[in-house]
Design a protein around this ligand. Structure first.
Ligand SMILES: NC(=O)C1=CN([C@@H]2O[C@H](COP(=O)(O)OP(=O)(O)OC[C@H]3O[C@@H](n4cnc5c(N)ncnc54)[C@H](OP(=O)(O)O)[C@@H]3O)[C@@H](O)[C@H]2O)C=CC1
Ligand SMILES: O=C(O)C1=N[C@H](C(=O)O)C[C@H](O)C1
Length: 269
């Protein structure tokens, strides 16, 4: 047990943090060595599993990530953009693999993560599930096979608590479509249509978001032509798919060289 990689979970009380805690504890492939929450969070100082209403496991939630990460081989981080950027620096100093599932980063945040990845192994993906990463590859292929007579729209649906849009997954799918078509996404992206928008621009890649209830995550990539339409769809019904992918990434990263990787690297897709 002592030679299994030690994992720290950031944002442990969150929807993904709790799912990751169960996944790591039950995996038999890694040790849970630390759990981090924001300063002032009511879980700080409590045993993580007791805070979730279960049997204590001897891991106390802390608001001091430096101490936790110093004992770890990997940090799994589904928190907020500001927290993840800060942790990227600490993980790099500790030479711990940083698995980043957080979404909603600004270009400046992404540059900070890129700098940290010069010294550390970072695996970052807006979606860690096998299914979505396969869908990314399918989207790239379909976009490459069709010309701009087919309008590309990415539609995503998530629970009412989600704070960023388009989702990280939608952006991955839009990026794959743009690459398949040989264009730059930021030059063709159409978001937030409202009012008298004018007709759709030929070659645009559109994004739409729905928020409601407890939807875990649903993504459609629509290729709409004259008289026919192709729809590629992924539906997540259980956050365990993201947690399993994140743990896989943390283990995969153990023997890699510093750099920024994604789930396509981890899954070999
Ligand atoms: N890549 C993927 O496969 C997936 C990515 N995600 C992404 O993961 C992120 C988290 O999602 P979700 O779990 O639903 O969100 P939650 O809001 O439920 O969880 C985020 C957690 O991070 C905590 N947090 C905030 N600041 C800090 C800090 N400085 N240090 C430690 N913890 C902190 C929050 O605490 P508090 O609430 O008290 O502020 C909260 O507990 C989102 O960006 C989401 O889009 C989600 C699912 C899959
Ligand atoms: O916030 C979520 O819940 C999810 N976020 C990720 C995203 O932004 O795509 C992945 C998944 O869809 C769930």
């Amino acid at each position: 047990m002592a030679d299994l990689p030690g994992i720290v979970i950031m944002g442990v009380s969150g929807r993904m943090g709790q799912m990751l805690t169960h996944t790591v504890l039950e995996s038999g492939k890694a040790r849970l060595v630390g759990c981090v929450e924001r300063p002032g969070h009511p879980w700080v100082g409590q045993d993580v599993r007791a805070a979730m209403g279960g049997v204590p496991v001897g891991v106390t939630v802390t608001d001091e990530p430096i101490d936790a990460i110093a004992q770890a081989q990997a940090v799994i981080d589904f928190s907020t953009p500001a927290a993840s950027v800060g942790i990227a620096r600490l993980a790099a100093q500790a030479r711990a693999v940083h698995v980043i599932g957080t979404t909603g980063f600004s270009p400046e945040d992404l540059e900070q993560i890129r700098l940290a990845a010069r010294h550390a192994i970072v695996v970052r993906a807006g979606n860690m599930s096998l299914g979505v990463n396969l869908l990314v590859q399918l989207t790239r292929r379909v976009a490459a096979a069709l010309d701009a007579d087919f309008d590309i729209e990415v539609i995503e649906a998530h629970h009412r608590h989600k704070v960023d849009a388009p989702s990280g997954t939608a952006l991955m799918l839009g990026q794959a479509a743009a690459e398949g078509r040989g264009v730059a996404l930021d030059e063709v992206s159409e978001r937030g249509r409202d009012g008298l928008t004018g007709a759709r621009a030929r070659g645009a890649i559109g994004f739409s978001a729905i928020r409601g209830g407890d939807i875990v995550g649903e993504h459609d990539v629509v290729f709409a032509g004259e008289g026919e339409r192709i729809v590629l769809r992924h539906v997540a019904t259980d956050r365990a798919v993201f947690a399993r992918g994140a743990l896989k990434a943390a283990l995969w990263g153990q023997d890699k060289k510093p750099g920024e990787y994604d789930m396509l690297d981890v899954l070999g897709l």
